[in-house]
Design a protein around this ligand. Structure first.
Ligand SMILES: [Cu+2]
Length: 68
């Protein structure tokens, strides 16, 4: 499993949006999003982190920039 820090989530609606966006990214599965921790966890079959971060920024949230 991989994790990704996500900034700007303030409620369960944000969590739902982030979860949906990540589930649409090819190669990702078992997506869970934790509001308190400000992070998403998922199984990744080789999808580039840059593509994952773009899916998040496209819906208006920021991600950490250093996750390999
Ligand atoms: Cu919200």
């Amino acid at each position: 499993m991989e994790t990704l820090k996500i900034k700007g989530m303030s409620c369960q609606h944000c969590v739902g949006s982030v979860k949906k966006a990540l589930e649409k990214v090819a190669g990702l599965s078992q997506v869970t999003v934790n509001l308190e921790a400000g992070e998403a966890t998922f199984a990744n079959k080789g999808t580039d982190r840059r593509i994952i971060r773009e899916a998040i920024s496209r819906i208006g949230f920021e991600t950490d920039n250093n996750g390999a």
